[in-house]
Design a protein around this ligand. Structure first.
Ligand code: CTP
Length: 446
């Protein structure tokens, strides 16, 4: 009996998939098909898969060619499978020519010509609307966004807005964008979504104007500096049937989501303490340290540090106290925020003028989770116990600058698939805005 194996994502099952399975089956007597999991696709940078692994398996089964269907969930698995199932022939489409020659040590490798004119990518672009982004602001993070958006299918960055036309033009040239505007309404006419990366205090106004015109909004953190502003924006988004999402990249990072899930599952017992620290030494002539109204370490960095606190302990804290070291111009160069809960506590440390160990430690009644810096780009974490022989390290992926994850989730939410809005809920975003408001009142009397 000749055993053949092939692999794929098989998203939105199409003619190309049908053809390759048919031809693969014809090459032997028994066909094994490996279908990738979401996690594996995510780790190899294949974002925006529409269908769940169960649905994709179902379609492969419906084709009638597979004698056995297996799950592919990690790199290197093909070699294991080929040996385990005594595979004679490995088959894959011609888009992979040469890439799997290393399997020739284990079996015959056959590249079959791809069916022309069809692919999952094409189907996704036909079935779902292309997200045409306008970028608001042209600073560092805006540049990173444009680069990261290139990794997400279904997205095109149309242009940039900056009230200073020279800055907009320079940015458009650098990132090869066709459009630059100093008139926000004009930009809004040409896009169906905006990514807001302007100074903190302007996020609310730009988001509101975009939502009023029925545009979807991905707003950099902090999305709002007042609880009522955040509430108002979400209400407006609902009324206009638009998506509003706060871009705290950590919230959408696969490793962070996994870590939160593990912490909440009781692996370290009852959570009693969360300590999150993020410091970034910054020059005095930067926006963060010159904007005497809304600059400073807390508004700049606490969206990150407060995120795991709210995710793990909720927004129902009994009290928050802030302690800060101020710079000469009255901004907080370093802030420690103490959260008091019924049966837990938490601290957030943020600094632009103080350097510290940037780690996240979640302490529970039976152990703790340690995520070393840069934990806000979660790629690995350790679960630690009294008996250190039980310690366990978990490795995940955080690719590039990581904005691709939030962009990909934004696309799936706008297009109505993926159910990814649990990653940062409205309530959590509103709670973070309220914490920003409390801080500004406390430190600046605003
Ligand atoms: N395939 C094919 N002809 C096509 C599309 C895919 O023969 N027109 C083959 C691929 O070469 C691979 C298998 O089908 O062997 C599964 O491919 P998959 O990556 O799931 O499908 P694509 O349509 O290529 O997906 P995407 O556009 O997301 O890359």
């Amino acid at each position: 009996m000749k055993t053949v194996i092939t692999y794929g994502t098989f998203d939105l099952f199409h003619e190309g998939h049908y053809n390759i399975l048919k031809r693969a089956k014809a090459l032997g007597d028994y066909l094994i098909v490996g279908v990738t999991t979401e996690g594996y696709d995510n780790s190899r940078g294949k974002l925006n898969i529409v269908e769940s692994v169960m649905d994709r398996i179902e379609h492969v089964r419906d084709s009638g060619f597979a004698d056995k269907i297996i799950i592919e969930d990690h790199m290197g698995q093909k070699i294991e499978d080929i040996q385990k199932y005594h595979v004679d022939t490995f088959v894959i489409g011609s888009d992979w020519i040469g890439k799997f020659d290393y399997l020739k040590d284990y079996c015959e490798v056959v590249y079959l010509e791809r069916t022309k004119g069809v692919s999952s990518t094409l189907k996704r672009s036909e079935e779902f609307q292309l997200i045409r982004f306008g970028v608001v602001g042209s600073g560092r993070i805006a540049g990173r966004f444009v680069k990261e958006a290139r990794y997400v299918s279904g997205v095109h960055v149309e242009g940039v807005y900056n009230p200073h036309i020279d800055s907009a033009k320079k940015f458009a040239e650098e990132f090869e964008l066709d459009l630059y505007e100093d008139d926000y309404d004009k930009l809004l006419e040409k896009v169906n979504a905006v990514y807001i990366a302007s100074p903190h205090e302007t996020h609310y106004e730009y988001a509101k104007r975009a939502l009023e015109k029925g545009k979807n909004v991905l707003a950099e953190k902090p999305m709002a500096l007042k609880k009522k502003d955040a509430e108002e924006l979400f209400a407006l988004a609902k009324e206009k049937k638009c998506i509003l999402m706060e871009a705290i990249k950590t919230a959408y990072a696969p490793g962070f989501i996994r870590m939160i899930g593990m912490a909440k599952s009781g692996i370290i017992g009852e959570i009693r303490d969360v300590e999150a620290c993020f410091t970034k030494l910054t020059g005095d002539n930067t926006r963060e340290l010159m904007d005497t109204e809304y600059g400073g370490s807390f508004t700049e960095l606490a969206s990150y540090t407060v995120l795991p606190i709210i995710k793990l302990l909720g927004a129902d804290y009994k009290n928050i106290r802030f302690k800060y070291n101020n710079t000469e111009n009255g901004l907080d160069g370093y802030t420690k925020a103490y959260f008091e809960y019924e049966d837990a506590q938490a601290t957030s440390k943020t600094g632009l003028k103080v350097k510290s160990e940037g780690q996240l430690v979640i302490s529970g009644t039976t152990g703790y989770i340690k995520v070393t810096a840069p934990w806000w780009k979660t790629s690995e974490f350790e679960i630690c116990y009294e008996d250190t022989s039980q310690n366990e390290k978990v490795f995940t992926q955080f690719k590039g600058d990581g904005l691709r994850y939030e962009i990909s989730d934004f696309v799936s939410i706008v297009n109505g698939y993926g159910n990814n809005d649990f990653k940062l809920t409205r309530e959590e975003s509103i709670a973070i805005a309220e914490i920003m408001e409390r801080f500004l009142k406390d430190q600046r009397g605003k």
